[in-house]
Structure formats: structure tokens, C-alpha cells
Design a protein around this ligand. Structure first.
Ligand code: GDP
Length: 332
């Protein structure tokens, strides 16, 4: 499918109206094409992508944005498969964006995610789309925020953003969402789960997965331990104390509780203004990130700059020149 859109994109650039009208009419095909457009790394696509985003802007921002993270194997996709059905059964339109830091291209993981979330991918109220992380160091960042806005304009009222909790992508997701859920395994040490304290501090709630069968007692113990651990963290300053739940995608246990909890969090933070504040600071960070990317792109796009930089790096490595002076020479 991805290949088809690539060809489509190369063949012709359509008018902003084509995309805007299609998205606002909730046309899935046009939505997918628009996402491919905003993900495009061709400079020539940039103005059109911006025009489309501009055109739908007034119809964005109305969804509940939820981030889900956890180490590989914790049960993220199984959780989303079951939790997603729970949400659509209540009449919600759900978009699932999978932020995949392991793939530079979305082609590979698209198939993977669709197979992983088999029922949800066939659910007419759900839309699943991988969001490639790209090579941030090369100045090309992910476009998950833009994708999320397009999905909102296309009528999705809940956006789930999934990421693997092993690198920096969870901080990226935290910057996009209203509620951040950390899935944890019982019985696996924190080190084993690759959990840095920092990730736990970002979480609005923890859910211990696979709380079924023989694993039930261990899940309850883990719930108790993590709840105690979270009490030692400084207050979030939002009036919300992150709770720890247990759940099972196998038996559906805890799914309704997780949803109830998210709604309570949204109600509280909407009333006390923290949800709006969080979104505002995310907007500003988005601006800064894009600015940094563009400046990076412009700077490193200059002819000969990479060679000059490599040259200076060698001299810095050999101790022939101090870093500060090298930076001066490069910018000069
Ligand atoms: P991900 O890598 O975090 O997306 O994890 P997956 O959703 O692929 O799940 C990893 C494994 O755990 C799979 O074999 C699942 O069948 C299993 N699993 C996921 N959820 C549950 C659950 O609630 N209970 C049990 N017993 N197994 C589960």
C-alpha cells in the first residue's frame, strides 16, 4: 500500500483542496495520502503539506490523545487490540499511530502492526498507521504530530500513540499526548525492563499487564510495589497522583478501569487548567523543534560544510584545536 502512495505522490502533486476536502469528509484513502505527503522528505512537498495542515487546523485538537509505552513483549499491541475494541464499542473513532524507532521506513512495520492488531485493523471505527521516526540527527524528524492533526480533522476522537519504551521515543510521545500510560510486566526487574526512573516520572498511570492465570498474584504484588515506588516521586504539580492498575488483554480484566481512569484524569486536568497548559507547552516545543530542524537542514545543506566539519572534528580529536575555536571557524 505504501508503495502505491509513493508512486501516487511522485506522479502528481494535487491541490491542497483535494486533501482538505477529502480529510474533512473522513475519506480514509485521502487521509492516508495526506499522511504520506506530510511524511515526505522531499523539499518540494513541504509547501503543499503545510497548506493542507493549515487548511484543516480549525478541525483539530478535539481528540483525546493517549500515549502507550512499554518494553517489547510487555503486551502493547495485544493491549491496544483489546482496549481499542473497548473504545470503538462505545462509539469512539480510534486512530492508532505506532511510532517505531527501529524502522527508518514505515513499509516494514505497517504489515507487522496490521498483523499484530488483526481485529482492530478490520474494525471500521479504527485506523492503524505506523509513524516512522526517521533520522533525527540528519535533521529529519518524525511527523507524528502532523499525522495526529490530520487524523483529528478526519474525525477520530481518540488517538492512541504507541511506542517501544527503550529509547528516546517515549519522550517524543510524551510531548504529543494528554495522557501517558506505561505498561509494565510483573516479576521482571526494572533493569530488565530497561526502565529508567525518568520514564516512570513521565507516566500518568502504570498498568501491570498479563494479570491472568498463574501470573495474577505476581501482578498484584507488582501493583503494590510500584504504587509504593510512585509515592516516593515528587508530586506532579497537576493535582493528579499516578495510579497503578492491573489488566489482562486475555480476559479483558482492567480494560474498563483503564478507560475510566483516563477519563477521570482528563476531567480533573481540564477543570484545573493543566491539560490546556500541557498542550500549550507542547505547541511551543513543537515550534522550537521544527525551527531547530530547519536551521540544521539549512546549515548542513550548504556545500562543503560536512567536509569542513569532519576536518575540524579530526583536529579537535588530535587536540590541535579547542572545540570552541573550531565552532567559531565553522560558523565563520
Ligand atoms: P508488545 O511487543 O509489547 O507489542 O507485546 P505483544 O502484544 O506482542 O505481546 C507479547 C506476548 O505477550 C504475546 O505472546 C502475547 O500473546 C502475550 N500477551 C499479551 N497480552 C497478554 C495478556 O494479557 N495475558 C497473557 N497471558 N499474555 C499476553
Amino acid at each position: 500500500m505504501r508503495g502505491k502512495f509513493d508512486c501516487f505522490n511522485m506522479r502528481q502533486r494535487l491541490s491542497p483542496d483535494y486533501y482538505i476536502t477529502g480529510i474533512l469528509a473522513h475519506d480514509r484513502l485521502v487521509l492516508s495520502q495526506a499522511i504520506t505527503l506530510v511524511e515526505s522528505q522531499l523539499a518540494a512537498d513541504y509547501p503543499l503539506a503545510q497548506a493542507v495542515l493549515d487548511g484543516v487546523l480549525a478541525h483539530t485538537g478535539n481528540s483525546m490523545r493517549i500515549g502507550i509505552t512499554g518494553v517489547p513483549g510487555v503486551g502493547k499491541s495485544t493491549f491496544i487490540e483489546v482496549f481499542g475494541q473497548h473504545l470503538t464499542a462505545q462509539g469512539h473513532q480510534l486512530a492508532v499511530l505506532a511510532l517505531d524507532p527501529t524502522s527508518q521506513r514505515s513499509g516494514g512495520s505497517l504489515l507487522g502492526d496490521k498483523t499484530r492488531m488483526e481485529n482492530l485493523s478490520m474494525n471500521p471505527s479504527a485506523y492503524i498507521r505506523p509513524s516512522p521516526v526517521g533520522n533525527a540527527l540528519g535533521g529529519i524528524g518524525h511527523r507524528t504530530r502532523e499525522t495526529m492533526l490530520l487524523c483529528e480533522a478526519a474525525g477520530f476522537d481518540i488517538i492512541l500513540i504507541e511506542t517501544v519504551g527503550v529509547g528516546q521515543s517515549e519522550t517524543v510521545v510524551y510531548e504529543l499526548v494528554d495522557f501517558f500510560l506505561l505498561l509494565m510486566l510483573a516479576g521482571a526487574g526494572d533493569e530488565l525492563q530497561g526502565m529508567k526512573r525518568g520514564i516512570m516520572e513521565l507516566a500518568d498511570a502504570l498498568a501491570i499487564t498479563k494479570a491472568d492465570g498463574d501470573n495474577g498474584p505476581a501482578a498484584n504484588r507488582a501493583q503494590f510495589e510500584y504504587q509504593n515506588a510512585l509515592h516516593l516521586f515528587p508530586p506532579t504539580g497537576t493535582g493528579w497522583q499516578p495510579p497503578v492498575l492491573t489488566c489482562s488483554a486475555l480476559t479483558n480484566a482492567g480494560m474498563a478501569d483503564v478507560w475510566q481512569l483516563i477519563q477521570e484524569h482528563q476531567k480533573l486536568t481540564t477543570q484545573n487548567g493543566h491539560r490546556a497548559q500541557r498542550r500549550q507547552s507542547q505547541q511551543v516545543n513543537w515550534f522550537r523543534e521544527l525551527l531547530r530542524q530547519r536551521l540544521d537542514g539549512q546549515f548542513f545543506g550548504q556545500p562543503g560544510i560536512r567536509n569542513r566539519m569532519n576536518d575540524l572534528e579530526n583536529r579537535v580529536r588530535q587536540g590541535e584545536i579547542l572545540p570552541g575555536k573550531a565552532v567559531g571557524e565553522l560558523l565563520g
